[in-house]
Design a protein around this ligand. Structure first.
Ligand SMILES: Cc1cc2nc3c(=O)[nH]c(=O)nc-3n(C[C@H](O)[C@H](O)[C@H](O)COP(=O)(O)OP(=O)(O)OC[C@H]3O[C@@H](n4cnc5c(N)ncnc54)[C@H](O)[C@@H]3O)c2cc1C
Length: 559
């Protein structure tokens, strides 16, 4: 039914002492300074899946049981004895729990609110390490076993299912997947919820709400991903965009005591999140996937108290008055003393008439594990000659039968790093096609056939290839800033010394000092990472700029 491994108690794994550690009496004493003691009767439920404002509990005496309830019966996950504690990554984010915790006997616990737990995690290095490791490992187990509060019913040939899989995966949200093409019992499940086959992909949220081909926003709302966030408070800084630059700003800002709100229209990680392997980021000699880097940074930002809104888009910066505000979707404007613009860039779309028809169903803009599974042992095309295209080709060559790289120029030397060119040359599965343009996509529900033209000979070739990866550069996400900050001719945000005197006059720059190095033509509004004019367009530089902007935010807040 699901593609998750068979169910087994979580603590049957080889790391039970790290997943469910037992705190010693000194550690419990330090926690008790923050919480209150509470007696729980046998059979009493501490919390249910979906409970808002769930407490963090440490068992003092007695025993708690962690259960995963489901329509087909409850699954016992583990017992928590004296010194053991509840919770997983949801505790940090303020998301709803996915399990039920109840007492099997008369039990005494120490109970803390999320704010009290965060205070410990931020100030007690030893406890922080134990709690963070347990929370992250528990989340990883939930994901690996498909133990979530969401069930996705879909087909891998449907672009909607691929989009939702990617959204849940990139948000680190556990879910079970039911494959329409492989599972004969699926109709029964759909019938149970009154869903017609044409409504798929379907997300069944918290076992009772059925969303038919939902948007990412609808899924985030149903799972309560943004429930704990106060949108009325004036923030020290709003960071717009949770790619490497925005996440770095969130980690540094929150760790230095600023009240930070981050929002992202999609999921944490930005463009880097779609990279299969980043090999040139400092400290990772064997490389790290963008998804892994982003999920670590996401948890790190939450640990320091940054609040992160998912599937929420900044529609407009309000810049006319005394204080800035960011209008989120069609909802409220959230006020802020300063703003960090980290909205990066978006893939350029090639001019192919019916491309939209095949988005996620044969046409892709990122090559992650999800996509590589779709085209295993098939021929694929990668369009583009930059580093992103090179990485995608090398990554896909591991699973695809052949990778055709399409470039317009003669060779890769001018556009790609030498180490990637060498890998491509050494890979027998990769074939480079120079002076080539893709000219047609054909198919019905899924891409089935493509045509390409050699721009020197004019010859058009057609071939049955079902997967094309477009990696042809990006355009800045700055529409929401229109009329507020000076942009360069390509729409990237100008900062610091890139701002001419004429820019400052046009923007009515009100201060006697010149703009700081990452500051835009609006005092207290900074731009970092790929969205910034003349930035380096690399993960390391985005992270460095995000961190540096925080130092400048402090200076502005002091003024
Ligand atoms: C496939 C691929 C592989 C790459 N490999 C490498 C590599 O190996 N090494 C390297 O150094 N660099 C690599 N890069 C480049 C690197 O990923 C980027 O330079 C980096 O991600 C830029 O970070 P950023 O935070 O500035 O922007 P982005 O990563 O673009 O993130 C911007 C974020 O802002 C969000 N957003 C946009 N508009 C809005 C809005 N209005 N409201 C709310 N949110 C918004 C987006 O959803 C996104 O999450 C790669 C890029 C790609 C595409």
């Amino acid at each position: 039914m699901s593609d998750a491994p068979p169910l087994a108690p979580l603590n049957s794994e080889s790391r039970p002492d790290q997943i469910f550690p037992t705190l010693n009496s000194e550690q419990i004493a330090r926690i008790s300074a923050h919480g209150t003691k509470r007696q729980i009767e046998p059979g009493e439920v501490v919390y249910e899946p979906g409970t808002e404002e769930v407490p963090f509990v440490v068992v003092i005496a007695g025993q708690l049981q962690m259960i995963r309830p489901s329509g087909t019966g409850d699954t016992a996950i583990t017992m928590l004895g004296p010194g053991q504690f509840s919770g997983e990554a949801n505790m940090l984010a303020g998301h709803r729990p996915m399990v039920r915790v109840l007492a099997t006997q008369a039990t005494e616990v120490l109970q803390l609110t999320r704010a009290q737990l965060l205070a410990i995690v931020q100030t007690d290095a030893e406890l922080s390490e134990i709690l963070m490791r347990a929370f992250i490992l528990r989340r990883a187990e939930l994901i690996a076993r498909g133990f979530g509060d969401a069930v996705l019913v879909g087909s891998l040939h449907s672009s909607g299912a691929v989009r939702i899989k990617e959204f849940l995966t990139r948000n680190g949200h556990p879910y079970a997947y039911v494959d329409l093409d492989r599972d004969p019992g699926v109709q029964e499940l759909l019938d149970g919820f009154g869903v017609a086959v044409e409504d798929v992909p379907v997300v069944i949220c918290r076992a009772d709400i059925v969303l038919r081909n939902p948007t990412n926003q609808q899924i985030a709302e149903c799972l309560g991903l943004n429930d704990a966030i106060d949108q009325t408070r004036v923030r020290d800084v709003i960071v717009v965009g949770a790619g490497p630059a925005g996440l770095a700003a969130a980690v540094y800002g929150a760790s230095e005591g600023l009240d930070v709100l981050v929002l992202d229209s999609h999921a944490p990680g930005g463009q880097a999140g779609s990279s299969s392997r980043i090999e040139n980021y400092l400290g990772f000699p064997t490389g790290i996937s963008g998804q892994e880097l982003a999920s670590r940074a996401y948890v790190q930002a939450q640990k320091f108290g940054a609040e992160i809104m998912i599937a929420k888009t900044a529609m407009q910066l309000t810049c006319g008055g005394q204080r800035y505000a960011v209008r989120i979707d069609n909802g409220p404007s959230v006020p802020a003393r300063t703003v960090i613009v980290a909205t990066g860039a978006e893939y350029r779309q090639p001019k192919l008439a019916n491309l939209a028809q095949f988005e996620g169903a044969g046409a892709y803009h990122g090559a992650t594990f999800v996509e590589s599974q779709l085209c295993s042992r098939e021929e694929v095309i990668v369009v583009g000659g930059g580093n992103a295209a090179g990485q995608a080709a090398v990554f896909l060559a591991r699973t695809a039968s052949r990778v055709h790289m399409f470039i317009r120029s003669e060779g890769l030397a001018a556009t790609m790093s030498r180490y990637l060119i060498r890998r491509i040359e050494e890979s027998p599965a990769i074939v480079l096609h120079s002076h080539v343009d893709l000219v047609a996509l054909e198919g019905d529900a899924h891409l089935e056939r493509v045509q390409w033209r050699n721009n020197i000979t004019g010859v058009v070739e057609a071939r049955d290839i079902r997967h094309v990866f477009f990696m042809i550069g990006a355009a800045p996400n700055t529409r929401w800033l229109e009329g507020c900050v000076a942009l360069d001719s390509k729409g990237f945000v100008k900062t610091g010394t890139d701002l001419s005197q004429a820019d400052l006059v046009a923007a009515h720059w009100p201060l006697t000092r010149a703009p700081f190095v990452l500051e835009t033509s609006l005092p207290g509004v900074f731009a970092v990472g790929d969205v910034r004019s003349s930035s380096m367009k690399r993960v390391a530089s985005a992270v460095g700029e995000g961190a540096s902007a925080v130092a400048l935010v402090h200076q502005v807040l002091r003024q």
